[in-house]
Design a binder for this molecule. Structure first.
Ligand SMILES: [Zn+2]
Length: 285
Protein backbone atom coordinates (compact mmCIF):
# COMPACT_ATOMS: atom_id res chain seq x y z
CA UNK A 1 0.00 0.00 0.00
CA UNK A 2 1.33 3.45 -0.93
CA UNK A 3 1.92 5.65 2.10
CA UNK A 4 -0.02 8.91 2.13
CA UNK A 5 1.54 12.17 3.15
CA UNK A 6 -0.18 15.27 4.39
CA UNK A 7 0.29 18.45 2.41
CA UNK A 8 -1.18 21.84 3.19
CA UNK A 9 -3.94 22.49 0.63
CA UNK A 10 -2.74 26.02 -0.14
CA UNK A 11 -6.35 27.29 -0.20
CA UNK A 12 -6.38 31.03 0.17
CA UNK A 13 -8.85 32.68 2.51
CA UNK A 14 -8.92 36.47 2.65
CA UNK A 15 -10.31 36.11 6.19
CA UNK A 16 -6.82 35.11 7.37
CA UNK A 17 -5.06 38.41 6.60
CA UNK A 18 -8.23 40.35 7.48
CA UNK A 19 -8.63 38.86 10.96
CA UNK A 20 -4.86 39.06 11.40
CA UNK A 21 -4.83 42.76 10.52
CA UNK A 22 -7.90 43.48 12.69
CA UNK A 23 -6.48 41.79 15.81
CA UNK A 24 -2.98 43.02 15.03
CA UNK A 25 -4.01 46.67 14.67
CA UNK A 26 -6.30 46.67 17.72
CA UNK A 27 -3.37 45.49 19.85
CA UNK A 28 -0.67 47.45 18.02
CA UNK A 29 -1.79 50.96 19.03
CA UNK A 30 -1.95 50.51 22.82
CA UNK A 31 1.06 48.17 22.87
CA UNK A 32 3.21 50.55 20.82
CA UNK A 33 2.44 53.41 23.19
CA UNK A 34 3.23 51.23 26.21
CA UNK A 35 6.47 50.19 24.50
CA UNK A 36 7.38 53.83 23.72
CA UNK A 37 6.85 55.01 27.32
CA UNK A 38 8.88 52.10 28.73
CA UNK A 39 11.74 52.63 26.29
CA UNK A 40 11.72 56.39 26.83
CA UNK A 41 11.87 56.29 30.61
CA UNK A 42 13.88 53.15 31.40
CA UNK A 43 17.54 54.20 31.33
CA UNK A 44 18.98 50.76 30.48
CA UNK A 45 19.59 50.48 26.78
CA UNK A 46 19.89 46.66 26.69
CA UNK A 47 16.65 46.30 28.62
CA UNK A 48 15.03 48.69 26.15
CA UNK A 49 16.21 46.52 23.29
CA UNK A 50 14.62 43.45 24.89
CA UNK A 51 11.38 45.38 25.46
CA UNK A 52 11.40 46.38 21.81
CA UNK A 53 11.80 42.76 20.68
CA UNK A 54 9.19 41.53 23.19
CA UNK A 55 6.76 44.12 21.90
CA UNK A 56 7.13 43.09 18.25
CA UNK A 57 6.98 39.38 19.16
CA UNK A 58 3.67 39.98 20.93
CA UNK A 59 2.16 41.91 18.00
CA UNK A 60 3.34 39.25 15.52
CA UNK A 61 1.90 36.51 17.73
CA UNK A 62 -1.46 38.26 17.94
CA UNK A 63 -1.44 38.84 14.18
CA UNK A 64 -1.08 35.10 13.62
CA UNK A 65 -3.82 34.24 16.11
CA UNK A 66 -6.08 36.22 13.73
CA UNK A 67 -4.49 34.71 10.61
CA UNK A 68 -5.13 31.18 11.90
CA UNK A 69 -8.65 32.06 13.01
CA UNK A 70 -9.34 33.20 9.45
CA UNK A 71 -8.15 29.78 8.19
CA UNK A 72 -5.86 30.93 5.45
CA UNK A 73 -3.92 27.85 4.29
CA UNK A 74 -1.92 29.67 1.66
CA UNK A 75 1.62 30.14 2.93
CA UNK A 76 2.67 32.74 0.39
CA UNK A 77 -0.21 35.15 0.91
CA UNK A 78 0.24 34.63 4.65
CA UNK A 79 3.88 35.66 4.28
CA UNK A 80 2.96 38.77 2.27
CA UNK A 81 0.36 39.69 4.92
CA UNK A 82 2.94 39.19 7.68
CA UNK A 83 5.53 41.36 5.91
CA UNK A 84 3.02 44.18 5.41
CA UNK A 85 1.98 43.94 9.06
CA UNK A 86 5.67 43.94 10.05
CA UNK A 87 6.24 47.21 8.20
CA UNK A 88 3.08 48.75 9.66
CA UNK A 89 4.24 47.67 13.14
CA UNK A 90 7.63 49.27 12.57
CA UNK A 91 6.02 52.52 11.42
CA UNK A 92 3.44 52.73 14.20
CA UNK A 93 6.08 51.98 16.83
CA UNK A 94 8.22 54.83 15.45
CA UNK A 95 5.23 57.19 15.56
CA UNK A 96 4.52 56.20 19.17
CA UNK A 97 8.17 56.61 20.14
CA UNK A 98 8.55 60.07 18.53
CA UNK A 99 5.26 61.15 20.09
CA UNK A 100 6.54 60.17 23.54
CA UNK A 101 10.05 61.56 22.98
CA UNK A 102 8.98 64.98 21.66
CA UNK A 103 6.00 66.36 23.52
CA UNK A 104 5.13 68.99 20.93
CA UNK A 105 4.06 66.57 18.17
CA UNK A 106 0.53 65.60 17.23
CA UNK A 107 0.06 61.81 17.22
CA UNK A 108 -2.45 61.69 14.36
CA UNK A 109 -0.41 64.07 12.27
CA UNK A 110 2.60 61.79 12.68
CA UNK A 111 0.54 58.72 11.89
CA UNK A 112 -0.65 60.12 8.58
CA UNK A 113 2.54 61.85 7.48
CA UNK A 114 5.37 59.37 6.75
CA UNK A 115 7.53 62.09 5.21
CA UNK A 116 7.47 64.06 8.46
CA UNK A 117 8.28 60.93 10.46
CA UNK A 118 11.28 60.14 8.24
CA UNK A 119 12.55 63.73 8.59
CA UNK A 120 12.33 63.61 12.38
CA UNK A 121 14.10 60.24 12.48
CA UNK A 122 16.77 61.68 10.22
CA UNK A 123 17.36 64.56 12.66
CA UNK A 124 17.25 62.22 15.62
CA UNK A 125 19.95 60.02 14.05
CA UNK A 126 22.17 63.11 13.66
CA UNK A 127 21.81 64.24 17.27
CA UNK A 128 21.08 60.96 19.07
CA UNK A 129 19.12 60.75 22.33
CA UNK A 130 20.86 58.15 24.51
CA UNK A 131 24.39 57.16 25.54
CA UNK A 132 26.29 53.92 25.96
CA UNK A 133 29.24 53.98 28.38
CA UNK A 134 29.11 57.77 28.53
CA UNK A 135 29.27 58.23 24.76
CA UNK A 136 26.29 59.61 22.89
CA UNK A 137 25.03 57.21 20.23
CA UNK A 138 24.40 59.17 17.05
CA UNK A 139 25.23 59.34 13.35
CA UNK A 140 26.24 56.17 11.52
CA UNK A 141 26.38 54.05 14.67
CA UNK A 142 22.82 54.95 15.59
CA UNK A 143 21.64 54.45 11.99
CA UNK A 144 23.13 50.93 11.98
CA UNK A 145 21.52 50.23 15.33
CA UNK A 146 18.11 51.30 13.98
CA UNK A 147 18.62 49.32 10.79
CA UNK A 148 19.34 46.15 12.80
CA UNK A 149 16.28 46.78 14.94
CA UNK A 150 14.08 47.22 11.83
CA UNK A 151 15.46 43.99 10.35
CA UNK A 152 14.71 42.15 13.60
CA UNK A 153 11.11 43.41 13.48
CA UNK A 154 10.58 41.97 10.02
CA UNK A 155 12.45 38.78 10.96
CA UNK A 156 10.17 38.31 13.97
CA UNK A 157 7.12 38.27 11.68
CA UNK A 158 8.84 35.78 9.37
CA UNK A 159 9.70 33.52 12.33
CA UNK A 160 6.07 33.61 13.56
CA UNK A 161 4.86 32.89 10.02
CA UNK A 162 7.15 29.87 9.80
CA UNK A 163 6.11 28.60 13.24
CA UNK A 164 2.41 29.02 12.59
CA UNK A 165 2.57 26.62 9.62
CA UNK A 166 5.12 24.24 11.12
CA UNK A 167 3.14 23.62 14.34
CA UNK A 168 -0.26 23.06 12.76
CA UNK A 169 -1.92 20.85 10.20
CA UNK A 170 -5.36 21.50 8.76
CA UNK A 171 -8.25 19.02 8.60
CA UNK A 172 -10.02 19.97 5.36
CA UNK A 173 -13.03 17.77 6.22
CA UNK A 174 -13.70 19.63 9.47
CA UNK A 175 -12.24 23.00 8.41
CA UNK A 176 -10.11 23.10 11.53
CA UNK A 177 -6.47 23.66 12.47
CA UNK A 178 -5.03 20.78 14.45
CA UNK A 179 -2.07 21.02 16.87
CA UNK A 180 0.83 18.65 16.73
CA UNK A 181 1.60 16.82 19.97
CA UNK A 182 4.45 14.60 21.07
CA UNK A 183 3.50 11.10 22.17
CA UNK A 184 4.99 10.38 25.60
CA UNK A 185 7.11 7.42 24.45
CA UNK A 186 10.84 7.06 23.94
CA UNK A 187 11.94 4.52 21.34
CA UNK A 188 15.23 2.91 20.50
CA UNK A 189 16.92 5.06 17.80
CA UNK A 190 18.90 2.06 16.45
CA UNK A 191 15.82 1.04 14.52
CA UNK A 192 15.25 4.40 12.83
CA UNK A 193 16.20 2.94 9.42
CA UNK A 194 13.97 -0.12 9.77
CA UNK A 195 11.08 2.08 10.80
CA UNK A 196 11.41 4.69 8.05
CA UNK A 197 12.02 2.13 5.29
CA UNK A 198 8.82 0.37 6.26
CA UNK A 199 6.90 3.61 6.65
CA UNK A 200 7.95 4.70 3.16
CA UNK A 201 6.91 1.31 1.76
CA UNK A 202 3.48 1.72 3.35
CA UNK A 203 4.20 -1.37 5.46
CA UNK A 204 2.55 -1.16 8.85
CA UNK A 205 4.98 -3.60 10.42
CA UNK A 206 7.12 -0.55 11.31
CA UNK A 207 5.14 -0.49 14.53
CA UNK A 208 6.79 -3.78 15.55
CA UNK A 209 10.17 -1.98 15.53
CA UNK A 210 9.11 0.50 18.17
CA UNK A 211 11.06 -0.51 21.24
CA UNK A 212 10.93 1.58 24.39
CA UNK A 213 14.25 2.81 25.76
CA UNK A 214 15.33 4.76 28.78
CA UNK A 215 18.30 6.68 27.41
CA UNK A 216 19.16 10.31 26.61
CA UNK A 217 18.93 9.49 22.89
CA UNK A 218 15.64 8.32 21.46
CA UNK A 219 13.10 8.31 18.66
CA UNK A 220 9.90 10.24 19.27
CA UNK A 221 6.56 10.27 17.50
CA UNK A 222 4.58 13.42 17.09
CA UNK A 223 0.93 13.16 16.04
CA UNK A 224 -1.64 15.77 15.08
CA UNK A 225 -5.14 14.36 15.63
CA UNK A 226 -8.27 16.25 14.60
CA UNK A 227 -10.41 16.47 17.73
CA UNK A 228 -13.61 16.88 15.73
CA UNK A 229 -13.65 13.89 13.36
CA UNK A 230 -11.03 11.92 15.38
CA UNK A 231 -10.23 10.30 12.08
CA UNK A 232 -7.40 12.43 10.72
CA UNK A 233 -3.92 11.79 12.09
CA UNK A 234 -0.62 13.18 10.80
CA UNK A 235 2.57 11.69 12.15
CA UNK A 236 6.15 12.96 12.39
CA UNK A 237 9.11 10.85 13.39
CA UNK A 238 12.06 12.57 14.97
CA UNK A 239 15.31 11.69 16.65
CA UNK A 240 16.04 13.47 19.91
CA UNK A 241 19.36 13.61 21.69
CA UNK A 242 19.70 15.11 25.13
CA UNK A 243 23.03 16.49 26.25
CA UNK A 244 24.05 18.46 29.30
CA UNK A 245 25.71 21.76 28.40
CA UNK A 246 26.93 23.93 31.27
CA UNK A 247 24.74 22.02 33.72
CA UNK A 248 21.61 22.51 31.63
CA UNK A 249 19.70 19.94 29.61
CA UNK A 250 19.76 20.57 25.90
CA UNK A 251 17.62 18.67 23.42
CA UNK A 252 18.68 18.44 19.80
CA UNK A 253 15.99 17.31 17.42
CA UNK A 254 16.33 15.89 13.97
CA UNK A 255 13.24 15.29 11.83
CA UNK A 256 13.47 11.81 10.32
CA UNK A 257 10.13 11.63 8.51
CA UNK A 258 7.33 14.14 8.26
CA UNK A 259 3.57 14.28 7.68
CA UNK A 260 2.73 10.60 7.26
CA UNK A 261 -1.06 10.17 7.35
CA UNK A 262 -2.05 7.24 9.54
CA UNK A 263 -5.40 5.64 10.33
CA UNK A 264 -7.07 5.54 13.73
CA UNK A 265 -6.33 1.80 13.90
CA UNK A 266 -2.63 2.44 13.33
CA UNK A 267 -2.59 5.03 16.10
CA UNK A 268 -4.29 2.58 18.44
CA UNK A 269 -1.68 -0.04 17.61
CA UNK A 270 1.11 2.45 18.43
CA UNK A 271 -0.45 3.14 21.81
CA UNK A 272 -1.08 -0.55 22.48
CA UNK A 273 2.54 -1.43 21.66
CA UNK A 274 4.00 1.46 23.65
CA UNK A 275 1.73 1.21 26.61
CA UNK A 276 0.80 -2.46 26.94
CA UNK A 277 -0.91 -2.20 30.32
CA UNK A 278 -2.62 1.19 30.52
CA UNK A 279 -3.74 2.16 34.00
CA UNK A 280 -7.50 1.80 34.46
CA UNK A 281 -9.79 4.80 33.96
CA UNK A 282 -7.19 6.76 32.08
CA UNK A 283 -7.63 8.10 28.60
CA UNK A 284 -4.62 7.22 26.48
CA UNK A 285 -4.87 10.36 24.34
ZN1 LIG B 1 -11.37 16.50 11.24
Amino acid sequence: MEPKFYKLSGTFSIKGPLFGAALGLVSLFPLSLAYAYLVRYIPFIYLNFMISLGFVALVAYIYFVGENYGKNRNKYTALVGALVMGLVTLYVSWVAFLFVLKHNLNYFELLTNPKMVINIIDNLVTTGWFSIKGGRVSGMLYAIFLGIEALLYITMFIVMWFGSFADNVYCEDCQKWVDRKNLPYFYNPEYANEITTRMLAGDESWIDWLQLVDEPHWLALNVATCKKCKNFHVLNLKEVRMTIVDGENREDENQVLENLIISSQTLEKIHARSNPTPPPFENQD
